[in-house]
Design a protein around this ligand. Structure first.
Ligand code: NAI
Length: 236
């Protein structure tokens, strides 16, 4: 096992983020999880923070630095949806989604890189979505924010690539969560018809890719978009 790293997963109290946190914990890393309610999986340091609030993020980083050490791997996972057809989408719903899913990531990584630069090692993993580059009706806000993460990772790569820091995007497709489980069977079949793999992914399948892209083995991969979508978004 390699040396333990200090990992931060935003929105890691449930869903995909929770699995990502558990995956790093199982690998022996020191994991902090930020969430708005301060919950975290067992073994992780739980810190309350809202990605729309720079001051709360700053305080969270400071606490993690004190308790675990400088954050070396940032997984920007916190995200929301507010779907609606474009004609009916309010400016407020557009801005809210961008503020969490894009500006929230900017706030998180901006705070995170200072100590990565000092340590000359860092991994930034931005959780996007197949929706970002493929497009989904009703998700003009969400897709815009998720596509924006690609530009962000690539600019970070050009800025900080020579300092031992990589920045990559992981783009999940349909992931089996409570949300997908609750869909009527007919709807599930409709979705699956477009997925070459013929099934939804388990959250663990995303988590393992995130852990690998954060490892030393992946040191020469940066600015990449790594799909975990069973082929759904191929070519995008
Ligand atoms: P989820 O809703 O279960 O988890 C999202 C997490 O983000 C929650 O912990 C929530 O509290 C947190 N969060 C939301 N707004 C926040 C804020 N302002 N400050 C701090 N935390 C905040 O969703 P899920 O499915 O686990 O999604 C995780 C990520 O994966 C999201 O970025 C989502 O867009 C992305 N994704 C999910 C897919 C899926 O099929 N579930 C597919 C593709 C991408």
């Amino acid at each position: 096992m390699s040396e333990p790293r200090v990992v931060l997963v935003t929105g890691g109290n449930r869903g995909i983020g929770r699995k990502i946190a558990e995956e790093f914990l199982a690998a022996g890393d020191k994991v902090a999880v930020t969430s708005r309610n301060g919950e975290a999986p067992a073994g992780a340091l739980a810190v309350a923070a809202d990605v729309t609030d720079s001051a709360s993020l700053d305080a969270a980083f400071t606490r993690i630095e004190e308790e675990l050490g400088n954050v070396q791997i940032v997984v920007a996972n916190a995200g929301i949806t507010a779907d609606n057809l474009l004609m009916r989408m309010s400016e407020e719903d557009f801005e809210r989604v961008v503020d969490t899913n894009l500006t929230g990531v900017f706030r998180t990584v901006r705070r995170g890189i200072t100590n990565m630069i000092r340590g000359r090692w860092g991994r930034i993993v931005l959780i996007s979505s197949v929706s970002g580059l493929y497009g989904v009706p009703g998700q003009a806000n969400y897709s815009s924010a998720k596509a924006g993460l690609v530009g962000m990772a690539r600019s970070i790569t050009r800025e900080l690539g020579a300092r031992g820091i990589t920045a990559n995007v992981v783009a999940p497709g349909f992931i089996r969560t409570e949300m997908t489980d609750e869909l009527p069977e007919k709807k599930q079949k409709e979705y699956l018809a477009n997925v070459p793999a013929g099934r939804f992914a388990e959250p663990e399948e995303v988590a393992k890719v995130v852990r690998w892209i954060s490892s030393d083995e992946a040191a020469y991969i940066s600015g990449a978009v790594i799909p975990v979508d069973g082929g759904l978004g191929m070519g995008h």
